[in-house]
Write a protein that binds this ligand. Structure first.
Ligand code: ZN
Length: 305
């Protein structure tokens, strides 16, 4: 129920932002997701960059689409987070990385409450390897884009903890204050520096490492929130100035690492596919409206009637 509420608020926030209303969204706002995907293109090695660069506008614009999918499909919601500390901090550090081991331990229903994002990343990584092998230009662009959404989500501190909105510590709303409002107010794409992509041998293991890092960072943001609230209980300019002094650099680091880690997955998928020659560097959605909605590639195609 709470998750559904969070979901609805994400979608509501997203639409407000898409309609250019200067109101904050929820979770990584539109800006955060777009920054992460844009940075990933800039973080690629020369062998891959021209093809991705030719499709940059689509990759950036559609970085938020999986949040829209869950409006139509409730089973999409657990793909966006993992509450690593659900069973306690000690369990968090030895959380099973094998999906079937985790299902055996906790049961599928509980695991969906805990969240599935590392395995969603692994699943989309596999799709991307296949798309490279088949030299399917459209699939390479689309799967790369959607993979970017989940990678950006797992780099958000509050997508990795049970206290995902400060609701357990009397700090409700911190999720949006950190990831949407602070980013919208204080970070521009120009503030972010691309970092070199590196080889990732095991995407699911890497995703768990990112989630553990996010979990630890949530404590820093909660501490900064307390300091900022002490100076401005109305969450006005003074609140955000104080919060930004403490954690703007951290938000930048989360976004930069997100871009680098996504580029690393794109590059590793291409290597795992046998380094096939890339399709010509042209936009694969040429002549189509940029904002045409997409759908989860796992869903069956819509029926004709
Ligand atoms: Zn999401």
């Amino acid at each position: 129920m709470i998750r559904q509420l969070r979901c609805n608020r994400v979608v509501a926030g997203l639409f407000l932002l898409l309609w250019c209303v200067p109101t904050a969204g929820y979770a990584w706002g539109v800006a955060g997701h777009r920054y992460a995907n844009a940075l990933a293109v800039d973080s690629l090695p020369e062998a891959l960059r021209p093809f991705y660069q030719a499709n940059r506008a689509w990759i950036v614009h559609h970085s938020v689409d999986p949040d829209q999918w869950r409006n139509a499909n409730r089973s999409e919601a657990p793909h966006h987070f993992i509450d690593l500390d659900y069973f306690g901090l000690e369990e968090a550090l030895r959380f099973p990385q094998d999906y079937w081991v985790a299902v055996g331990l906790y049961g599928r229903e509980t695991l969906e409450k805990v969240g599935l994002v590392p395995w969603r990343i692994g699943q989309f990584y596999g799709k991307l390897v296949r798309a490279f092998r088949e030299r399917n230009a459209r699939a390479i662009v689309e799967i790369s884009t959607f993979l970017g959404h989940y990678v950006a989500d797992i780099h958000v501190p509050f997508h990795a903890v049970t206290n995902y909105d400060g609701q357990l510590t009397g700090q409700k709303g911190i999720h949006a204050r950190f990831e949407s409002v602070l980013v919208e107010r204080q970070i521009r794409l120009e503030d972010l520096r691309p970092q070199r992509a590196t080889r990732i041998a095991d995407p699911v293991a890497a995703a768990f490492a990112w989630a553990r890092r996010s979990m630890k960072r949530s404590a820093d943001v909660l501490r900064a929130d307390l300091q900022a609230v002490a100076r401005d209980r109305s969450y006005g300019d003074t609140y955000y100035q104080t919060l930004g002094q403490q954690v703007r650099r951290l938000a930048i680091r989360c976004l930069e690492e997100s871009g680098r880690d996504l580029a690393s997955l794109w590059m590793s998928a291409w290597i795992d596919a046998g380094r096939p020659p890339l399709p010509p560097p042209a936009s694969v959605h040429e002549g189509e409206p940029l904002d045409r909605p997409t759908r989860d590639p796992d869903l069956p195609p819509p029926s004709a009637d």
